[in-house]
Design a protein around this ligand. Structure first.
Ligand SMILES: [Zn+2]
Length: 165
């Protein structure tokens, strides 16, 4: 019986570690999906712009510059969102991007191991102050809830096993 208890203990420790890792991977996947969505929206906008220009050509009408500018602005906003998403992934992985060669490097690195460029000191709470960004704390609390849910499920399964034994 003692052996089983030990196994159980080790298993739950492994589980906690895995859950943390899984939650990070889940977050990264979610952000990557968001990036793909934005990329899809940008492609749609390109199509809309192209089609509208062609329609104007066919009807022999003047281009609606206001409309085109608005569409371009939408693309720009989506591009900014993609950049923010990529930053979020880097923070999640505890990495940063070298400002000189764009190589992914450790967040604590003072110099880029790839090109030797000196890195800016790390600013704290940089992300939470920016407008239009999802507060990382919100994401954390959501995922913690998910982990708690998983733990509940696991406990329930353990109870079932006890009954069977
Ligand atoms: Zn570099």
């Amino acid at each position: 019986m003692e052996i089983f208890e030990k196994i159980g203990d080790a298993a739950s420790k492994t589980y906690k570690f895995t859950a943390e890792k899984t939650s990070k991977i889940a977050k990264e996947t979610k952000i990557k999906m968001e990036i793909n969505e934005h990329k899809g929206d940008i492609k749609d906008l390109y199509l809309e712009i192209g089609e509208s220009i062609y329609q104007k050509f066919v009807k022999d009408e003047e281009l609606d510059m206001k409309y085109l500018q608005d569409k371009c602005k939408e693309i720009q906003e989506l591009s900014d969102k993609i950049v923010a998403c990529k930053d979020e992934i880097l923070t999640l992985k505890e990495k940063r991007q070298c400002k000189n060669c764009y190589e992914e490097i450790e967040i604590s690195a003072k110099y880029c191991p790839n090109c030797g460029y000196e890195q800016e000191p790390i600013k704290n709470d940089e992300t939470s102050e920016e407008d239009g960004k999802v507060n990382p704390k919100d994401i954390d609390s959501k995922d913690n809830n998910q982990v708690e849910e998983l733990e509940k499920v696991e406990t329930a399964e353990e109870d079932n096993n006890d009954e069977e034994n």
